[in-house]
Design a binder for this molecule. Sequence first.
Ligand SMILES: Nc1ncnc2c1ncn2[C@@H]1O[C@H](COP(=O)(O)OP(=O)(O)OP(=O)(O)O)[C@@H](O)[C@H]1O
Length: 620
Amino acid sequence: MAHVIGAVAPFPRRPAAHSRERNAAPAPQAGNLPSLRGRPLAFLASYVRRHPAGHLTVLLSVIVAVTCSVSTQYGMKHLIDIVAAGRDAAGTLVWGAFAVLCGLVAADNLSWRVGGYAAHRTFVAVTGDIRRDLFTHLSGHSPTYFAERLPGALASRVSATATAAFTLENTTVWNVLPPTIAVLLSIAFIGSVNLQLAGSLLAIALALGALVFSMARKGAGRHRDYAEKAAAVDGELVDIIGNFNVVRAFGATFREQARLGDRMDAEMAARRHSLYYLEHLRLVHAVLTALLTAGAVGWGIVLWQNGQAQVGDLVLITSLAFNILHGSRDLAVALVDLTQHVARLDEAISTLLTPHDLEDLPDAADLPASRGEVTFEQVRFAYPNRSAVLNDFNLAIRPGERVGLVGFSGAGKSTVLSLLQRFFDVSGGRVSIDGHDIRDVTQASLRAVMAVVPQDISLFHRSVLENIRYARPDATEAEVMAAAEMAHCRDFIEAMPEGFATMVGDRGVKLSGGQRQRLAIARALLKNAPILLLDEATSALDTESEQAIQQALDRLMAGRTVIAIAHRLSTLQSFDRIIVMDQGRIVDDGAPAVLAVRPGPYRDLLRMQQMAPAEVAVAA
Ligand SMILES: Nc1ncnc2c1ncn2[C@@H]1O[C@H](COP(=O)(O)OP(=O)(O)OP(=O)(O)O)[C@@H](O)[C@H]1O
């Protein structure tokens, strides 16, 4: 076992763990995300600015492509005018006009492709940035934030934000910009024939745009409502799938189908409302643009009849009028789609970008290598919208002391551990480690001095090796094996089909409760932190493995400050001190052997567990 102890070295611990975490801290760009909450376009613009060259290339390519495309019609008019002048007059000019036309067609097609490649590269990079930043921001939220929201709904909003941004960029570049430029250029070319006609068309097109835009804005509420309902359905789905065992155990499959069916009906109704509104908008626009085009062509014919326009001019006006009709119809469709995606983006970021409850102070320093002294002074704490859990709570734990926290359910034991890890901020008093208020140090350095073996062991759907190594990603395989051996899990791991490479299933479902707990102990061993928090660490173990685990825990606890919550008092017999809590207060405090024989809450608890005080005293 010597190599084992050597592999999981006692103090001083390596500072690498929290410096690594610090490296993974929010990127500077992600830092100001909450200020963009409720401003979807500013949010998107901040990502556009991160890739200026890519976006500029796309923009220029589209402008060149559309200009060439519209100019093709002018080139056509030019060719017709030359041809119409007769063979003699045209001479070699006709080939010049032909060359210009071919050049325009080639430039038009080539520019689209350049824009296409640049857009794929740039827009995909934006979606990556968005997902990364949102995840970074999400990971800084407090447990309260997650307690109030469904994980599936959050995950779906991260994807929805990236998808909405991707669609917005694509729609803008391929569906908004080209028709806008085409309409404006078409009007400009018509201006070369008749300024009055061009001016009227411009005024009508602008009025039309304003009308469509204001109508589109009015529909934003419907699109947002749909986005909210879609995220809620995703959240419910993940919640139900994650709890399928419970659903089956309670024969609730039909109930859940009906419940989800209701939510989906509501979502579909919201989606229909959102889409119908878009269709109304398109209808209004279609009627108006048809009238506009007919008016422009009619005007062209009148000009030709009056001898104010040539045949080529009439061809130009007619083809440009259709350009305007199609262009502004495409523009309207794209604009109304845009409003839908902007609403989705807005909904998603307003949930995800709420400011963090718990931020490091700007001048927060790293907690120095800890001796493991823990102090709660006059601590007051209440969960949001709940009455106080702790009131003037005082507790001083010396470095290396082993303290057992016991008491009835709901007494506040887990809350004490949560406050020490700064999952919540105290509302009064202070919690300190080695005299440092934990609010003054970085959260990464604070969590680096603690190893936790929780009651509900969370494992990732990854291999056993990766799950144990999670505590210290730079640990060698030998160190992981050694920790596994110390936690008495090597035998069962090696008996599994793929040994340490075995996947543990969603949240570790392929393992027994005791096996999960032993893996968590191995993880804590590997972390090798000076403060150890045990929350019912032996609750799921059978009697046989309990002995072995007790030995492993004893090794794990050696030289560390330990705070352990336990319902079975027998597991705390070797501890230095027992704290009995009741309704957020300490009602008994002392060595187990002393408390066991002294009349008081601890002895009462012992009796309730039918354990003779003498037995405890002897064991201690
Ligand atoms: N996230 C939370 N939000 C709101 N209230 C909470 C939350 N967590 C715990 N509580 C409440 O705080 C009180 C103390 O809970 P806590 O989990 O600290 O007790 P405990 O002594 O650890 O109980 P147990 O032994 O059953 O785990 C309880 O009334 C509980 O309902």
